[in-house]
Design a protein around this ligand. Sequence first.
Ligand code: ZN
Ligand code: ZN
Length: 271
Amino acid sequence: MLQCGNWTLEGKSSSAVATYIRIKELDLIFDLGRCPMRFIGTNHVFISHFHLDHYFGLPIYISQRWLADMPPGNIFVPSNGLKQLHNILNKISMLDGGRNWGYHLTPVDVGRSITFRKNLVAHILPGNHSVPSVSYLICEIRKKLKPEYHNLSDREIVALKHAGVEITNEVQLPLVTYFGDTRGISVDAHPLLKRCQLLICECTFITPDHRERAKKTKHLHLEMIPALLEQFESEHIVLNHFSRRYTPELIRHEVYKQLSTSDHQRVKLFL
Ligand SMILES: [Zn+2]
Ligand SMILES: [Zn+2]
């Protein structure tokens, strides 16, 4: 468990083993490499790509909700793998006593935006990985009074509302970004990206002898992180998806050695 301001991150993330991160306050899960029972009641699941350690928990999530008579969760998946995922899930459910699990998959494509709760929208951003992969930027939708009405009294505003005048604009507040597995992402991928309050960023490899491996497998190396973070104004940054070759002690030591001291405060590790 990791506390970042108002958000609690729960789960685990280890490269090639499993990545699953829940933010309960937002009712969402990023990737589902395994599915702990306490995640079953969370209603939104965002899958970044189809490597097994990022989606292997889906059959458990789906079947447990079905067994508990809960409505199907909203599962968002890259569109390229939608058909195969349907096939796999249907085959598993057939093997599991021929039960007809109700489930709901929504395909996502880079460039699209999906409103998934009354006040939350997910922007689908590109990943750069060995298989098609996406990143997610979650924004809160807020109503803001139009500038021309700023000087009005409460009474005048109520009167305008009753008269049917549209007195507010919709604005978006960038909350959380989740990079799936990726070799990098351009901060220009979305105008709100660099201002997201919490950035969850992979950092698979950390030692100099793994530079080539990071390049070949299309992952971020720790040496790339300081320049990347420089572009983000985020108050909280969480590094995850470290290779299981490294011990937690080595990861802590290497990460904080590489980062500038000004970043020490805002960077946390999800191990
Ligand atoms: Zn991975
Ligand atoms: Zn991967």
